[in-house]
Design a protein around this ligand. Sequence first.
Ligand code: ATP
Ligand code: MG
Length: 506
Amino acid sequence: MWNGTLESSEASKQSIRPENFEERKQGKTLERVLIVEDEVHARTGLTELIESWGYTAVGAADGVEGLEKTASWKPAIVVTDLKMPRMDGMGLLERIAELPEHVAVVMMTAQGSIESAVEAMRKGAFDYVPKPVDPGRLRTILQNASLQHIDAVSEAPGTTKRPREMGSLGPLVGTSQKMREIFALIERIAPTNVSVLVTGESGTGKELVARALHEFSSRRSKPFVAVNCAAIPETLIESEIFGHEKGAFTGALERRAGCFELAEEGTLLLDEIGEMPAATQAKLLRVLEDRKLRRLGSKAEMPVDVRVVAATNKDPETAVAAGELRSDLYYRLNVFNIQMPPLREHMEDIEPIAHKMIADMNERHGCSVTGIQPALLKRMLAYQWPGNVRELRNTIERATIMASSGLLGIEHLPPNFGEAGFSPSMPKGGRLGEGSMSEVERYLEDQNTVRVEVGTTVDEAERQLILKTLTATHNNKTKAAEILGISSKTLQNKLKEYSSNPALVD
Ligand SMILES: Nc1ncnc2c1ncn2[C@@H]1O[C@H](COP(=O)(O)OP(=O)(O)OP(=O)(O)O)[C@@H](O)[C@H]1O
Ligand SMILES: [Mg+2]
């Protein structure tokens, strides 16, 4: 698997992709598919159906024959039944996983037998399809499996399967054993379509993991949509997630696409899943099972092709026991669980994460901080970080702005940092990056208070506020407009006004 920026990965892939990559991606030249099924009518029926979609399809009567044909005929995709004489589907899956070449395995499971589907996915199946097979669903799965296969073969060993850059995976930084295990798991499951449940305390990087799963999958060029179930009023959540037709309920003035539709062919992060009302959880489960969606107020169902990642900062088993999370939904989402450790359990990552954040903050705030003084590092290592990486990030952001250049020292920490009674501000905007904004706002407010005497005009007060905010943001106008709560255009106009009247600029 690769690491590094998306751009560099794309660039390196371009050069080694098969010549007809784009055509194959568009489905003009389709892959070989092997159908392993002991029931002869089902086998020939499926073979013909798959051939009618333009693939080259061949049948095998059981796992043993399936394995032989996989080795000799080299299909890109194997669609296999589960229960078969001689070698069953699970056995075949395990043997295929030992082969050197990439093969996407799609498991056909009995209706309602989630357990075997989950087991197959854990063993490395690309996807599963319940029997009787829904042709539409199978076709979508084959298309996705083909794309994944093309990606996999174009990343041939020794070419783009670059060793992972030490200490990071996409946006995630960490050199500890715990983080390395998480990186390996993300790399392994990102290319599949399985649902993933990401758990961990607030600020541990759950959303970053969801983004990494998206970035490292063939869905990366499609949307990544994050929805915070806790932030949406109960009455609106279904419409937010599933969409609605005009007139579906009072106030539904227009037809509206839900998050599933917005994330079509991409990844949907359902954050704070335990906060989702029980009725919505039941509907979500149905969408995940059937991969079909019905907007509120609509009779028609539409197919959905979305990879779902759910996140929660609660212990999911406790949430299930408390009746907050439906057990069937939990089971369906928890095919893979990525457990993010609290920062206090991987303190050795504080230094590399802090360095990455200094680089980010230098860029963001126009600073030139070069590192961390040993005394500060020692202090940071002695602290428990209840707000986890988010708190570390806020602390580094504040310190970087304070120091502006040189090394960060203890004097750049908030007052009373780490002392008894110190209550860290852990703003949590819910969305990436927002949390730290309010920390910056608050900090700037402290540092650059505008004192306005009674008798000052509103225009003058506004001018002072704007100029001070610009100074505090190192003349970053976008940032200043954001902090001031005005549009960039308004800010530009005000500045133009001040500059045309030099008396107004201090
Ligand atoms: N391993 C990491 N490397 C670099 N940055 C990280 C890492 N983990 C988290 N962060 C940063 O910490 C902040 C919080 O991360 P994130 O939003 O993913 O946490 P979360 O677990 O989803 O929190 P919450 O439960 O509060 O929603 C983000 O700014 C993110 O970029
Ligand atoms: Mg989050």
